[in-house]
Design a protein around this ligand. Structure first.
Ligand code: CMP
Length: 140
């Protein structure tokens, strides 16, 4: 299995509850390595651009409000089959559906305040990594 990269966001509900370390520990224990990380407060423009694919969805406005409601930690994660590995440890989008032992089952408050974002494909991982990181900020 090839070593690949994915993109992760530790969302405002998690930074507010001081869970950056707890979430990162679960990512690392799942076999993912943090090869880039920065704590930022997204602008509305950044959030709307990042979630542009969802702009027709009814929850788009609230999603962007939430994502700029506090700091987030954007990360590049590396590991074997990183996109799938990360999605497995994150668990289902809605924490009510997430399996035991996943990040969202452990920490998420709601479908919106669901603690983490992770890329859904290798193609989107590349786009999302480029959205927040310069190549020299990623140190594998
Ligand atoms: P994320 O992986 O960051 O991608 C889009 C986000 O929209 C998703 O996680 C959820 O947190 C958020 N969201 C809010 N409401 C909904 C909803 N009804 N269905 C799907 N996603 C939702």
């Amino acid at each position: 299995m090839a070593v690949t990269r994915t993109f992760s966001i530790i969302k405002p509900d998690a930074t507010r509850r001081n869970l950056t370390g707890g979430v990162t520990k679960m990512l690392e224990e799942a076999g993912l390595r943090v090869v880039a990380s920065k704590r930022i407060h997204m602008t509305r423009e950044q959030a709307e651009g990042f979630y542009a694919v969802h702009k027709e969805r009814p929850f788009f406005g609230e999603l962007c409000d939430f994502m700029i409601s506090g700091p987030v930690v954007v990360q590049v994660l590396e590991g074997e089959d990183a996109v799938k590995r990360n999605r497995d440890v994150m668990g289902a989008t809605n924490p009510a559906d997430a399996a035991e032992g996943t990040i969202r089952k452990t920490y998420a408050e709601s479908i919106e305040a669901n603690t983490v974002h992770g890329s859904d494909s290798e193609e989107n991982a590349k786009i999302e990594i480029d959205y927040f990181f310069k190549p020299e900020e990623i140190v594998g």
